[in-house]
Design a binder for this molecule. Structure first.
Ligand code: UD1
Length: 354
C-alpha cells in the first residue's frame, strides 16, 4: 500500500512534481511556481539541460529546488518520488521537442514521449495523485487553420513530434474518462521565446538552434554571417511567416494559472497559451536589431517544408477561464533573450583559413 502523507497545510498551496523542470519552459515554471507559493520537486534526466540550471533558479528564488535526476520512464525512481513525498499535482513538461529531429528519429520521439507519459500516469494512479497539467503544442493543429486558432480547431499534426503530443493528449483524455478522480489540463503552447529578465536561466546553450529566435541571436552575436529567411513569398503583408511569439515567463505563469484551474475541476480541458498577436519573421528580426543594437543580415532561401503562413492563438478561453493574460511584448522578449544569450552562449569563434 502506498504510504500516507499529510496534505498541504493551510498556509501552503502544496507540492508539485514538475517533470522536465530543468528545461527551458520547466526552469521558468519552477520560478513562477515559487512566486505563486508552491513548493516543487524537479524531475529531469538532464538530456537537454544541465544541473547548473538549478543554480540559476536558486539565484532567482533564493533556494535550490528539490531535484531528482531521473528519467520519467524510470518507474522505480518515479514510485520512490511519490512514496517519499505527498505530491499534490504534476506538471508534465519532459520530452523531446525538435520537429526536425522527430522526422529523422521518429521512434525516439514516440518511445521517449509516450513511454514517459505512461510511466507517469501509472505511478500517479498508484499513489492516488490524479491532478495533471500537460504541456502540449500548437504543433497538434491541422495545417491551414484560420488564425486566430481556437482550441476546437481541427487536429492533424504534420510531424512525429506533433503526433506524439496528439497521442499523449488522447491518452490523457481516455484516462480521465475512465476514472472521475482525474483532473487533466492540456496546454497548447505557441512559440515560447525570451528568458527570465535576471539572465540567470534561459534556453540550454548546448542545443543547436533551429527555431527562429535562437538563430537570430546567434547571428547578432557573430555566429553565422546571415540569418536565413525561409521564404518571403507567403501570403502575408511582408511575405514572411507570422507566428505568435510568447514570453516564456508568460507561458510559465500560464502554467501556474492552469494548475490552479485544474485543481478545482474534474475531467479534461484544453487551453491555448499565446498572446493572440502575430509577428512576422522580418518584424521579429527588426525587433531583435533594436534590442541588440546590431544589424542582422538576412538571406532569403527556399520555404521550410511544413511551415504555415500564419499561426496565431485564440486566447479568449485561457484569459477567461484561467484569469491569465500574456504581459510581455516582442521588444521585451528580444531584450531578455539577448541578455541571456550574451551571458551564456558560447563565444563566437573566428573562422580560420584551412
Ligand atoms: C516550431 C515547431 C513547433 C514548436 C515551436 C516552438 C516546426 C514546424 N514547428 O514552430 O512545433 O512548438 O517551434 O518551439 O518546426 N525561420 C526562419 N529562419 C530560421 C528559423 C526559422 O526564417 O533560421 C522561420 C520559420 O520558417 C517560421 C518562423 O521563422 O516561419 C518560426 O520558426 P520556428 O521558430 O522554428 O517556429 P515554428 O516553426 O512556428
Amino acid at each position: 500500500m502506498p504510504e500516507q502523507h499529510d496534505g498541504p497545510t493551510a498556509d501552503e498551496k502544496g507540492l508539485i512534481l514538475i517533470t522536465g523542470g530543468a528545461g527551458y519552459i520547466g526552469s521558468h515554471t519552477v520560478v513562477a511556481l515559487h512566486e505563486a507559493g508552491y513548493r516543487c520537486v524537479v524531475l529531469d534526466n538532464l538530456a537537454n539541460s544541465s544541473s547548473s540550471v538549478l543554480g540559476g533558479i536558486a539565484k532567482i528564488i533564493g533556494t535550490t529546488p528539490d531535484f531528482v535526476e531521473a528519467d520519467v520512464a524510470d518507474t522505480h525512481t518515479l514510485d520512490q518520488v511519490f512514496e517519499s513525498r505527498r505530491i499534490d499535482a504534476v506538471i508534465h513538461l519532459a520530452g523531446l521537442k525538435s520537429v526536425g529531429e522527430s522526422v529523422s528519429s521518429p521512434l525516439d520521439y514516440y518511445s521517449v514521449n509516450l513511454e514517459s507519459t505512461l510511466s507517469l500516469l501509472r505511478s500517479m494512479h498508484r499513489f492516488e495523485c490524479h491532478t495533471l497539467l500537460f504541456s502540449s503544442s500548437a504543433a497538434v493543429y491541422a495545417p491551414g487553420q484560420e488564425s486566430p486558432i481556437t482550441e476546437t480547431a481541427a487536429i492533424q499534426p504534420t510531424s512525429p513530434y506533433g503526433r506524439s503530443k496528439q497521442m499523449i493528449e488522447q491518452i490523457l483524455v481516455d484516462t480521465a474518462a475512465s476514472d472521475d478522480r482525474w483532473r487533466v489540463g492540456l496546454l497548447r503552447c505557441f512559440n515560447p521565446v525570451g528568458t527570465h529578465p535576471s539572465g540567470s536561466i534561459g534556453e540550454s546553450p548546448g542545443s543547436k538552434p533551429n527555431n527562429l529566435m535562437p538563430s537570430v541571436m546567434d547571428v547578432a552575436a557573430g555566429r553565422g554571417e546571415t540569418l536565413r529567411l525561409f521564404g518571403d513569398d507567403y501570403p502575408t503583408p511582408d511575405g514572411t511567416c507570422i507566428r505568435d511569439y510568447i514570453h516564456v515567463m508568460d507561458i510559465a505563469r500560464g502554467i501556474v494559472a492552469g494548475l490552479q484551474r485544474v485543481r478545482a475541476m474534474t475531467g479534461t480541458r484544453v487551453w491555448n497559451l499565446g498572446t493572440g498577436r502575430g509577428t512576422s519573421v522580418r518584424e521579429l528580426v527588426s525587433a531583435a536589431e533594436e534590442a541588440t543594437g546590431v544589424e542582422i543580415p538576412t538571406s532569403v532561401t527556399d520555404r521550410r517544408p511544413g511551415d504555415q503562413p500564419v499561426a496565431i492563438a485564440a486566447i479568449g478561453r485561457a484569459q477567461h477561464e484561467l484569469s491569465w493574460d500574456a504581459e510581455h511584448d516582442v521588444a521585451t522578449m528580444c531584450d531578455d533573450h539577448w541578455r541571456w544569450h550574451r551571458l551564456h552562449a558560447a563565444p563566437a569563434t573566428t573562422a580560420s583559413p584551412p
